[in-house]
Ligand binder design. Structure first.
Ligand SMILES: Cc1cc2nc3c(=O)[nH]c(=O)nc-3n(C[C@H](O)[C@H](O)[C@H](O)COP(=O)(O)OP(=O)(O)OC[C@H]3O[C@@H](n4cnc5c(N)ncnc54)[C@H](O)[C@@H]3O)c2cc1C
Length: 494
């Protein structure tokens, strides 16, 4: 077998032929078809989900096992070649595609999909990094358990990507972020060793919590190859409702009431501005606002989507939910409410929330922010930031929605109706400064759940304290001294 037999197709002509041939020779024996070098075969891996960034690479490498990963990492370490790990490529901050210098490999974990074990007594599942989130949810369900992580991208995002971005999603209020769901990791380190930390323990105080460093590191410290995750009992019943409110302050008062009345059953509390619903109903014609008829909708400036997961029974859930809505209505916290009467209606409510980003993309250019502030400050944040943006950029409209129960908003900005989209992005830095300065005033975060990727590295440097940045750089150089894992993501290139 010749060196080129190891990869399929025609290699890219980019001046890295000798290095690429060396990689193919290294992997030639048992990697046939799993080293892609043809530009056409690689294309789908090299552009991010938002189609904002396209990179170049020596090869797309698709390992089957942790030992395969370790072998590739050892080769990269020996040749000083950068490694960009990728899962489902649904990340929104440009973290999963390579830079364009071409001296790198893209390591796609998507073939490592095995669910290695489910322990229903310990309430844990151990799965490989490339396991698609929806598959993991289904496996848990088959074992009569719940794996609660839930995102609109769950049909394609992977466990490794979820862990590396510490993904949030719609049930953080009750179950926490991905970090809170993880008990153990298997990781390939920068020197090409496999660390087996797949412990299913709720208690383990034996020194530094290494797994916590890899979670949310966006592939900059090591390659996650498998994880042991928590499972929960499946709820007896789910209730979903939408309510109309006047502003985020009122939504906050409703959240406080819902937490008092539903306590741990409250699983989701999402805020949606009316402009978001206008976009969704325009671009998804089968969707409908929750109140009134299609012809005469009852409009509120904001809406709240609430979900509860009840451990007792459907009757208990319905009683609690109806009592909450009645109390909220009587005390003037909500203008109207609709409780989903069927699974189909619940899905229709969630579709209004989950289709906002796509509807906004159909409109044209927009500037996105994924921020968090203390929950108590959300009302003031929206009020002050809306006013500041409107004053400086009067031709814009705010697209405000998100996981309000977690203090996390997707606070996006679009051109107002009829205003030009061309050139809108030229104002992105100035808009970011207004939004992130406000976030900093409220002691919030410029990236609540999507990570820093390549898009927010400079801003993070601006807003994080020097001591925090110095500690982060020390961790990076301890774990990845040659700076080969995802260079230029999270921290600037060394
Ligand atoms: C429609 C839509 C809805 C979304 N909703 C949410 C949401 O509600 N909450 C939320 O948090 N995110 C959301 N996201 C963002 C995205 O889906 C998540 O960040 C997800 O966790 C990424 O998983 P992935 O497998 O696609 O990772 P990728 O996009 O492939 O990678 C993400 C990052 O992780 C690194 N990485 C991937 N796999 C590994 C590994 N095995 N080891 C080390 N590093 C690795 C990559 O290098 C990159 O830096 C949404 C995205 C879309 C498109």
């Amino acid at each position: 077998m010749t060196a080129s037999d190891a990869g399929a197709g025609r290699p890219a002509a980019d001046g890295h032929d000798a290095l690429r041939a060396n990689l193919q020779a290294e992997l030639q024996r048992d990697w046939h078809g799993r080293v892609l070098v043809d530009p056409q075969d690689m294309a789908g891996f090299l552009t991010d989900h938002r189609r904002r960034w396209t990179g170049r690479t020596l090869a797309v490498v698709q390992p089957d096992t942790a030992e395969d990963v370790a072998r590739v990492v050892r080769w990269c370490a020996a040749h000083r070649v950068a490694i960009y790990p990728q899962g489902g490529n649904t990340g929104l901050v440009g973290g999963s595609v390579p830079d364009d210098d071409g001296r790198s490999i893209l390591l796609s974990l998507t073939r490592m999909q095995r669910i290695r074990a489910i322990d229903p007594i310990n309430n844990t599942v151990t799965a490989e990094a490339g396991c698609v989130l929806a598959t993991l949810q289904q496996a848990a369900e088959q074992a009569d358990r719940l794996f609660p992580l839930s995102l609109a991208s769950e049909g394609s995002c992977t466990l490794g990507g979820n862990l590396s971005t510490n993904a949030g999603g719609t049930q953080v209020l009750r179950y926490g972020n991905t970090r809170e769901l993880c008990l153990g990791l298997e990781v390939v380190t920068a020197d090409g060793q496999v660390w087996n930390g797949l412990r299913g323990l709720r208690k383990d105080n034996t020194g530094y919590d290494l797994k916590d460093l890899f979670i949310g590191a966006e592939g900059t410290l090591g390659i996650i190859t498998a994880a042991t995750m928590k499972l929960y009992p499946r709820p007896a019943a789910r209730m979903t409702a939408m309510a109309g409110v006047d502003d985020p302050h009122q939504a906050l008062a409703l959240l406080e009431l819902a937490q008092r009345r539903l306590s741990a059953s409250l699983t989701a509390f999402e805020l949606i501005s009316d402009y978001c619903l206008e976009l969704v109903t325009r671009h998804f014609p089968s969707s409908q606002r929750p109140f009134g008829s299609r012809e005469r909708p009852e409009i509120s400036p904001y809406y709240v989507l609430i979900e509860s997961s009840d451990a007792v029974s459907a009757e208990h859930a319905t009683g609690q939910f109806e009592a909450l809505m009645e109390e909220a209505f009587e005390s003037g916290l909500i203008n109207n409410a609709a409780i989903a009467a069927s699974i189909a209606q619940s899905r229709a409510f969630w579709a209004l929330r989950e289709n906002i980003s796509e509807a906004q993309a159909h409109e044209g250019q927009n500037v996105k922010h994924d921020i968090s502030v203390p929950i108590s400050a959300i009302g003031q944040f929206v009020e002050q930031t809306n006013a500041a943006l409107q004053q400086r950029f009067p031709d814009t409209v705010m697209v405000v929605f998100g996981h309000m129960g977690d203090g996390n908003l997707h606070y996006n900005v679009s051109p107002a109706a009829g205003r030009p989209h061309d050139g809108f992005l030229a104002n992105e830095p100035a808009m970011n400064a207004i939004v992130y300065d406000a976030v900093a005033r409220f002691n919030g975060s410029i990236s609540a759940e999507h990570g820093l990727g390549q898009i927010k590295v400079d801003e993070n440097r601006h807003y994080k304290s020097p001591i925090e940045l110095a500690l982060m750089r020390r961790i990076k150089s301890a774990f990845d001294p040659d700076g080969l894992f995802n260079p230029g993501r999270v921290l600037e290139r060394a």
